[in-house]
Design a protein around this ligand. Structure first.
Ligand code: ACO
Length: 366
């Protein structure tokens, strides 16, 4: 098939909730420490949302649209990458479509766990390059603090809430996602799992959501999957790391990012890192990282960027992205979410208490 157009990134934006949870806050109710968390993961703090995923998605989307100076009525597709939808039905994307007034846009959610945003970018780019779509809004949004098991220190300390978005528009300039590879290592489906979907028995629910998280196995599989995907996109384009200006990866763990950067031989200072501020926000890490990399000057006009992601499934992906000529927003894209007066601990302690009580009830039954 002849590809006519490119899918230029014309808008970018984020929304991070105002309530900050530090590692010391976590250590007030979990047997953990700032030293352990920082040395194993690079995370210093994360955000906790008092509102649902769709509200975070909406604000990130408004910022991306302002950046592109695009009226929502011009959008023909909205894809929301998320594994923490407010409801099972209807989807988050339709709620965002309604809130934005983007009545001409089709709207669907995509769940590839932490890889969802990159999967959305892959699909949206394909849609634009084949001429099926012209202006697409892609979002990664998560409220992970609502699905974590707050009694499990090994996973509870890793994640946070947030959202990021991009506007992609058809363009004749050679830019946007130029090559991509997505994959899934389903043999490892169970190493990162939360069984709370349609197989869930709502009449016999004991209040405990079993969150299976095998950190070391995820690490190994993630490195293997991301390296293979990066290799694939280099082969597709004939590029090497010498042609690349920056690495913007999924932010799951600093040690993993350092490993990837070393493997790809990325020069010092060319890897985007913001996990220290937000933890792992799953599908939101990539668009937030892109928005901040452009804001802080790491991404310059015409730069070539490599991205790599992995998530539950285990899904993986990598892409080569060429930035367009513009790195300045056309309108202000810094709208923020107002707090509701509650601190991060105010929001999380009732969940921790609830999880403890549900577990005690299950143990009494056993
Ligand atoms: N605070 C203090 N101690 C802890 C904590 C904690 N929060 N969590 C675990 N420990 C303890 C363990 O109980 C264990 O103690 P023991 O030696 O007495 O048994 C010890 O620390 C070591 O535990 P490990 O699980 O072996 O720790 P590891 O060095 O593997 O680090 C981590 C855990 C950071 C999760 C690591 O496995 C990792 O980097 N995994 C990569 C995957 C990842 O980060 N995924 C995140 C998101 S998944 C995604 O994005 C798709």
């Amino acid at each position: 098939m002849k590809l006519e157009k490119y899918a230029e990134i014309t808008g970018w934006g984020k929304c991070v909730p105002p309530a900050v949870m530090t590692n010391d806050d976590l250590a007030t109710f979990l047997d953990t420490s700032d030293e352990w968390i920082q040395s194993r993961t690079g995370i210093a703090e994360r955000r906790v949302s008092a509102v649902g995923t769709s509200k975070l998605a909406q604000i990130a989307a408004e910022n991306a649209l302002a950046c592109a100076d695009l009226d929502p009525s011009e959008l023909d597709l909205i894809i929301v990458g998320t594994c923490t939808a407010d409801e099972i039905i209807p989807n988050v994307a339709s709620k965002v479509q309604k809130a934005l007034g983007a009545t001409g846009a089709a709207a669907y959610d995509l769940n590839a766990a932490c890889s969802s945003f990159f999967y959305a970018m892959h699909n949206a780019t394909a849609g634009i390059r084949t001429g099926m779509h012209k202006k697409v809004l892609i979002i990664g949004a998560e409220r992970l603090t609502r699905i974590l098991d707050w009694t499990k220190r090994e996973s509870a300390v890793l994640f946070g809430d947030g959202a990021g978005a991009m506007v992609l528009e058809a363009s004749d300039e050679e830019c946007g996602l130029l090559a991509s590879k997505i994959s899934c290592d389903s043999d490892a489906r169970d190493v990162l799992a939360l069984d709370f979907g349609l197989s869930f028995d709502r009449y016999n629910f004991d209040g405990v959501m079993d969150f299976n998280f095998e950190g070391q196995e995820i690490f190994k599989r993630a490195v293997k999957g991301m390296s293979a995907a990066v290799e694939d996109v280099f082969q597709q384009t004939g590029m090497t790391m010498d042609d690349v200006d920056a690495l913007i990866p999924h932010q799951a763990n600093k040690r993993l990012i350092d490993f990837l950067a070393k493997m790809c031989k990325v020069p010092e200072g060319k890897t985007m890192l913001n996990i220290q501020k937000y933890g792992n926000t799953s599908s939101a890490t990539l668009p937030i990282a892109f928005a901040e990399a452009v804001e802080n000057g790491m991404v310059k006009p015409g730069d070539t960027i490599v991205s790599a992601v992995f998530g539950g499934g285990l899904t993986c992906g990598a892409g080569i992205i060429k930035w367009g000529k513009r790195v300045k927003p056309l309108r202000n894209n810094q709208k923020t979410l107002e707090g509701n007066g509650q601190s991060a601990l105010d929001l999380i302690l009732p969940l921790h208490q609830g999880a403890k009580e549900a577990l005690a009830k299950r143990n009494r039954k056993d």
